[in-house]
Ligand binder design. Structure first.
Ligand SMILES: [Zn+2]
Length: 477
């Protein structure tokens, strides 16, 4: 039995709720994937590192069998851009003089490569929108049959006046929203009605046949369709960036209700956005950072550490200063691990009191809506306490082994730590002295050999003679 202690902030209810899965021991998880028309950027890095953190905590700490589905949006979708006639993928096709297939293949691979570098585990299923259009047409048919949509001149619209909870998720003022939408499209019954199937226009990257004529699905319908198709019905968690509150997830929920009579997912989790030196990242501002560019300056572990330094719901600010701070903290953790590795190897089972105490504290922080800054604070408290114990020689080998094992468990979620025993770099002058000493030993000049050993010790290195030869260790400061 998995204990239900994890609380997640559910955007649907606007409350922190105890997480209870639909099927005991199992979690169905859907996260919105990228639209593949340009290079993966730092916003993707932050969103999917957070996605991975949530997933790994459910798997590695809570013991759930998680099925994770994340889509690839590989055709242009209806946005205000599309209303002007050209969708994003079509724009990329024109910009790069490539076919739609070449564009989407290239940027899907770019996304996969970037995620791998950032140690983000791939989803279990990664459906492509373009390969699920038939299923989307079926969903749209259901919505029409149930009376939540209407067809006008080859386009299918969702009728928001039929869904009483429209606007509940985002909390947006729908009257204001109406003002913005008004007169844009004379075919709409209500200004906030949105497109389920768009009649073909020359600016669309793709075209399919449908019962309503040639065209392509609206953006939101793909997530309603593919989440249900691959998770087999209603599921547990749906996540995405807060920029998806509206219209994407608001519309997804309306469609789910119109087609299937439920909102689809029980927990709607939203990740905060990214800012660059306090400003919104945008190409026009010239502060657009691709994942490749960020990785030239900082390691994947440093980027992950920086991501976890803020709560997933807050806006995360990128600045070289913030990244450097994350790096310093990470160095401290890794130095601590090296210290422990000199004492012990990770144990099989965590049994000692000190390791158990911090295991509990870490889990409690993460249980509280995945509070990673608090979890990191627990980690640094552990480092302080254990370092004191090392200094006053009261840390046992078993305790060191258990703490290493706890750190490994923490790292199954964070993926930031280095457990490789560091091979120390021996300075050239010490190396020379070691050679001299070896020569003296070969000549059986023991006095000289001992003299050199003392000299090396004064330089901060310890020599140990063994059957495999001489070993040189740095003396602990
Ligand atoms: Zn989506």
């Amino acid at each position: 039995m998995i204990e239900m202690t994890l609380k997640l902030f559910n955007t649907w209810s606007k409350k922190k709720e105890i997480f209870k899965p639909i099927k005991p021991g199992k979690v169905g998880y859907y996260s919105c994937g990228p639209t593949v028309y340009s290079s993966s950027h730092l916003g993707h890095a932050v969103t999917y590192i957070r996605t991975d953190m949530l997933k790994q905590f459910l798997k590695k700490w809570k013991g759930f069998a998680v099925k994770h589905v994340q889509n690839i949006t590989d055709f242009g979708h209806m946005t205000s851009d599309a209303d002007e006639g050209i969708d994003k993928i079509k724009k990329a096709m024109e910009r790069e003089r490539k076919t739609a297939e070449e564009i989407t293949k290239f940027y899907t691979e770019d996304f996969h490569r970037a995620m791998k570098k950032l140690k983000v585990e791939p989803p279990d299923v990664e459906p492509k929108a373009s390969e699920n259009v038939d299923a989307m047409i079926e969903t749209i048919k259901k919505i029409i049959e149930n009376g939540y949509a209407y067809v006008k001149d080859g386009t299918v619209y969702f009728d928001v006046s039929k869904y009483k909870d429209y606007g509940k998720l985002s909390g947006k003022n729908m009257k204001e929203q109406e003002e913005q939408q008004r007169v844009k499209d004379p075919n709409k019954k209500n200004p906030n009605d949105f497109v389920l199937w768009a009649k073909h226009k020359p600016g669309h990257s793709h075209v399919w046949n449908s019962p309503w004529g040639k065209g392509m699905p609206g953006w939101h319908i793909e997530c309603s369709t593919m989440s249900r198709k691959y998770l087999g019905g209603d599921f547990d968690i749906h996540s995405g960036g807060v920029d998806h509150y509206f219209p994407h997830h608001e519309n997804e929920i309306a469609q789910n209700y119109g087609a299937f009579g439920t909102i689809g997912a029980n927990y709607w989790v939203h990740f905060g956005l990214l800012s660059i030196n306090g400003e919104k990242m945008s190409k026009s501002k010239g502060n657009f950072i691709t994942i490749d560019a960020a990785l030239e300056k900082f390691s994947p572990e440093e980027i992950r550490m920086w991501t976890f330094s803020s709560h997933y719901k807050s806006t995360l600010d990128y600045s070289e200063d913030n990244l450097r701070k994350a790096k310093e903290k990470l160095d401290k953790i890794n130095k601590f691990i090296q210290r422990l590795l000199e004492i012990a190897e990770p144990s099989e089972k965590i049994e000692s009191d000190i390791a158990k105490k911090y295991h509990k504290k870490f889990e409690a922080a993460m249980d509280d809506d995945l509070n990673t800054p608090q979890a990191l604070a627990v980690l640094f408290d552990l480092i302080t306490e254990v370092n004191k114990k090392i200094e006053n020689r009261s840390l046992t080998k078993k305790e060191a082994a258990d703490i290493l094992s706890l750190l490994k468990k923490i790292d199954s979620v964070f993926k930031i730590m280095n457990f490789e025993k560091e091979i120390i770099k021996i300075p050239e002058d010490v190396k020379k002295l070691i050679e001299e000493r070896e020569k003296a030993r070969a000549e059986k000049n023991w006095e000289k050999a001992d003299e050199i050993r003392d000299k090396i010790r004064k330089m901060g290195y310890l020599l140990e003679d063994s059957e495999q030869g001489v070993r040189c260790k740095k003396i602990k400061q």
